[in-house]
Design a binder for this molecule. Sequence first.
Ligand code: SF4
Ligand code: SF4
Length: 751
Amino acid sequence: MDKKYGVYICTGCGIGEAMDVDTLTEAAEENSVQSCQTSSFLCGKEGVEMIKKDIEEEGINTLIIAACSSRVNYDVFNFGSDKIVERANIREQVAWVHEPDAEDAVDEEEDHTGRHAADVIHMAYAKVKASQPVEPYVVEDVSKAILVVGAGMAGITAALEAGKAGYKTVLVEREDEIGGWLNKLYKVTPLNAPYTELENPDVEAKAKELEENPNVTVYTSAKIKKIAGAPGMFDATIDAGGSEVAERVGSIILATGSKPIEAKNLTHLGYGNYKNVVTHAELEEMAKNGKIVRPSDGQEAKKIAFIQCAGSRDAERLAYCSHACCIESMKQAAYVSELNADAMTYVFYKDIRTSGTYEHFYKKIQETGAVFIKGDITSINEDGDGTLTLESEDVLLGGKAGIDGVDLIVLATGMAPTTAFGQEVELEVGDDEAAAASEEEEQATPDTIIASDILNLEYRQGPELPTLKYGFPDSHFICFPYETRRTGIFATGTVRAPMDMAKAVTDATGAALKAIQCVEATANGAAIHPRSGDLSYPEFNLNRCTQCKRCTEECPFGAINEDEKTNPVPNPTRCRRCGTCMGACPERIVSFKNYSVPMIGNMIKGIEMPEEDEEMPRILIFACENDAVPALDMAGINRLKYNPWVRIIPVRCLGSLNLVWIADAMSEGYDGVMLLGCKHGDDYQCHFMKGSELAEIRLSKVSETLDRLGLESERVKAVEVNIMDYMNLPKMLDDFAEELDELGPNPMKDF
Ligand code: SF4
Ligand code: SF4
């Protein structure tokens, strides 16, 4: 591309008052630019027209918008994918956070904020100089069909919603009929207004709806044998009742549900010791068979006690709340009374959790006779006739509560996702020397992959979805419900998180929308969350690849397979564009058209580095675009003032950090480098799973480089932030500046 550069400086929003714009324009023109213009309202009609005129009349195709954050006005400054546009944030990250004379420097006359803004423009120029326009990776014959695995309430709903939206949908169920858990239920909780009446699990109606939708194909007694490919071109081989069927789909929804946790370790609640202690599921089966009886003697059970959180919310058994047990017990108490008007029901609970419309049903149950007792069970004993005596704390009335003559105790056991069952898979990491060397190094927390025989993915990274702490395959516990760590595969219903029927219905609708977004984005060559719409993708210069496997191992989404010679085989439509492979590659052969190791290297070198005697230290911040950059912007929006020594380079994820950037920064004379990234560990907030963790691991190896340069390792620091930490940022930066002040200037500065 024959580049023609234009720099457009906004003087509105307080920028013009914070700095001398004429001097800034002169600084911008030091670069080889064909046009440099200012506007007091660049995002307004006249400002945008001015830019468009330059594009049309002067042939400007490479633009630097020196104005607000790239997080705002992205549509206003979008001039088409054949143009290169870089946003130089001189508003939130310069004008709004630094006083005009912020730096306590030798030359008090100098416009330091203007100098800062000039650095930001120089960095943007350095980047666009090395950038190329992005060309989307478009799959030929892309499939927009959606495969739904599991035909319980969530799976049926997802298939129907996708089908109703006009997408071909394939629904696969292992059992010989659809319905899943619904088939085991006598009644379901109230799902419709007035939310006080129990409903029937009307699977036949669902089956009819599926049958009548021409977009939905249902396979029962069917199992996924294997899935190869990537979003837009997944090839699923389905064993349907003994015959093999091939389906090409664009995205996948996993809706295989959960299983009740085993009750055998609930002996302290009588299970296994006393015959008349049963689980929720066992009571439901009795009710479905028509009679609720004491297993000990088959006599009708008239006095029934429900024990909530049986094993749940207990760090030694099941640490979480299963969300549905409270409303399920109320449902059961209600039908016990319906089946036998003389029956008495008691509910022992820690807390009642019946949110939303279930409140109506909770009220009704309280009014119609169930007795609620808040407190932990302290003892359960069997009497000679098989009845049971319970004692518990009574938190509300004080002291103890006790009932005897209980015919049946029902334990509200929680649920665990189907992905939690199976053997953990040992991943083959290769046996060549490079891989062995890489294995010896400190590694990021390995993904847990459980061979649950559900999806049977033909992925180098293992056959199933990586799971989180309790076996759930969700990928990000805060920001991205439905998404898993395999792009284009979404989880919904109780396999994703514990939930009740009503939630499963809305959840499945959401998952269908995510799957639709995915196939549409893939058809356009665009990324899905969190870089929605990004058209760039990593390109590998494989001539220089040493087959070290770092990229295949560190890609958080399993986007890179291997060929028989262990060369990486990237799958662009599986890629989420995080750049982790770029940061991992020791040969630096992975790059994007608009993001690469040399590009960031040029940005690092782009600023005007003050001489040591100018007494203006410089701190380089690599800020993750997901939380750190928004936090920095928020600091600006709130007009918090922070240290003027900082120069910020946004990165897609700290996982894309290549260590050479640290060496570049130190040789260039920066006094310190800070990595601002997301929290990692069990409750990680990294949008790309392990990016910040990987960056810290890489950083731990940087001391050697610093030693070689004769520098202290304290000059480089990693800090975890989330978006709400914006209030703390000024102090974090000031503290680091103080530490650097004590170390003195970088000795490389004047070289
Ligand atoms: S950019 Fe990220 S998601 Fe894409 S291949 Fe590289 S590491 Fe994987
Ligand atoms: S592309 Fe880079 S990281 Fe991946 S195997 Fe080749 S040398 Fe290693």
